[in-house]
Design a protein around this ligand. Structure first.
Ligand code: SAM
Length: 307
């Protein structure tokens, strides 16, 4: 295969420690990517099994090749949000550990034609799963203005959203916005100086919409907890505050023994905590890792254990 799948796994040592891997355990890597974390998980497995999920065909193709000699890896092309049906299909009731390393891989970002990066000029695409219909072109050219405003505000937290959407609407009336460069030029026409953050926010927002990154994430985390054996671990790496907030709040809710209104003096809810939170504060990269891999800078790792 000519292309190289380049991705440096983030918080690798910390993830492997967090998963507390048993040699005969069953583990799920829900975001296989370049298989950096999966490789290390596999090194610790003896009779155990690894289920490697990704929705990107390129990632899976590289994975098949990389692990062609391993007979304890099962690759699944799917969205990890389908965890229940994936495990059911494989006749697996419960697993010992699950890893989610959310977002895009360096390979996706650096492969210009995938259209994820504002640093390359390419067709607006941004699909992790290239068999899906919805791409960045569709979002930018076909979504009505109110929908775009909602997406840029919610997923990009961009204060100049309204002006940017107005500029997009004006431009696409003249001719379709087909490339990342055209979109960058439109954003630059609204925010001419120091605009890298704005551009990054708008690209992030479109990517989240195209790949439904935040939809059902909370439900998915709950399903993953349900699928863990007692003592099993779930480790999640996030790269922006929107994702991290969902992970943090979902874990907190599942760790509570009482969810009664604070005004009620005694507990009447009979709620039982399902998990313990292993690290109260998220684990972040060391300075050494940041120096080696600046892309790890916003990573946060949260880990829970099923009780
Ligand atoms: C940050 S990379 C993972 C890198 C990997 N941990 C490694 O060390 O090489 C994220 C990967 O997860 C995939 N991905 C993101 N969201 C997904 C989802 N909801 N379902 C399946 N795969 C997903 C992306 O296609 C990408 O390949």
């Amino acid at each position: 295969m000519e292309k190289q799948f380049k991705h440096t796994p983030v918080l690798l040592k910390e993830v492997i420690e967090a998963l507390n891997i048993k040699g005969d355990g069953i583990y799920v890597d829900g975001t296989f990517g370049g298989g950096g974390h999966s490789s290390k998980i596999l090194e610790s497995l003896k009779s155990g099994r690894l289920i490697a999920i990704d929705k990107d065909d390129d990632a899976l193709a590289f994975g098949y090749e990389k692990f062609s000699a391993s007979n304890n890896v099962t690759f699944v092309k799917s969205d990890f949000k389908q965890i229940e049906s994936i495990l059911e299909e494989l006749n697996i009731d419960a697993v010992d550990g699950i890893l989610l390393d959310l977002g895009v891989s360096s390979y996706q970002l650096d492969t210009a034609e995938r259209g994820f990066s504002f640093r390359h000029d390419a067709k607006l695409d941004m699909r992790m799963d290239q068999t899906k219909n919805l791409d960045a072109y569709e979002v930018v050219n076909k979504f009505d203005e109110n929908r775009l405003i909602k997406i840029f505000f919610e997923y990009g937290e961009e204060p100049k959203t309204k002006n940017i959407v107005r500029a997009i609407a004006k431009n696409r009336k003249i001719k379709p916005i087909e490339t990342t460069r055209q979109l960058v030029d439109i954003i630059t026409s609204v925010v001419p100086f120091n605009n890298l953050t704005t551009i990054a926010r708008i690209f992030q927002a479109i990517r989240i919409e195209v790949n439904e990154e935040l939809d059902y994430l909370e439900q998915c985390l709950k399903q993953m907890v349900n699928k863990l054996k007692k003592g099993g671990r779930l480790a999640v790496i996030t790269f922006h505050s929107l994702e991290d907030r969902i992970v943090k709040n979902t874990f907190k809710a599942l760790s509570l023994n009482c969810i009664c209104d604070k005004k009620i003096p005694i507990c009447i809810c009979n709620n039982k905590a399902e998990i313990i939170i292993i690290n109260k504060k998220p684990i972040i990269p060391t300075q050494e890792e940041l120096n080696k891999n600046p892309r790890s800078s916003s990573a946060k790792l949260r880990v829970i254990e099923k009780i």
